[in-house]
Write a protein that binds this ligand. Sequence first.
Ligand SMILES: Cc1cc2nc3c(=O)[nH]c(=O)nc-3n(C[C@H](O)[C@H](O)[C@H](O)COP(=O)(O)O)c2cc1C
Length: 201
Amino acid sequence: MKRFAMAVLAALLLAGCAGNQTPASPTLDEVFASRRSIRAYEDGKTISEAEVRELLLATQNAPSWANQQPSKYYVAIGAEKREAVLELIGGNKERVINAPVFLVSTFEKGKSGFFRERPLDATGDYWGAYDNGLSNAYLILKARAMGFDTLIMGMRDADALRTLFDIPENEMILAVIALGYRAQDPSTPVHRPLDEIAKFY
Ligand SMILES: Cc1cc2nc3c(=O)[nH]c(=O)nc-3n(C[C@H](O)[C@H](O)[C@H](O)COP(=O)(O)O)c2cc1C
């Protein structure tokens, strides 16, 4: 009888827990498989500043050259800046018109790859661009893990963005990243055969 009561109690406890469960985080492989460049977003959906901050915190886990952390982000989350960015991304506008947030990604020049203001080798500021790409990779993968979608956009007017966000001249402006909720079922692009991109010795 006592054993039966214990079993009932355990079942009730389990049922109670199940009701309150938060969805499990996707695995890294699930994130890789479901992340795609999204070119149509759900209208009327918002993303909070707190959620964007969580994404940006994730980017700070990305490695960078001698931990220089040269990447910076200018976040268009208010209507005025968001609408202004839409006019500075050429043909991407129609693709991301309903994305609630845009992040302009830059890196400070003369940090990664430099020592005492001199480049350590011919790579120079390419190291900063490398670091910025890594930071962006963390951002888009974290975004997917949080249920968001992204489009990295290299087609953008960097000069006009510099003016819009008052971005200092010592920062190189790279991509604008749209953030929102997918309104399309994207297909996976064809990937090059592994043996074309890697050689084993
Ligand atoms: C640096 C960079 C710039 C890109 N610029 C654009 C762009 O301006 N517009 C666009 O629609 N996609 C752009 N893309 C997205 C690529 O086309 C996309 O990543 C590629 O086709 C692979 O598809 P997937 O991201 O779904 O795997 C860009 C991607 C990168 C990394």
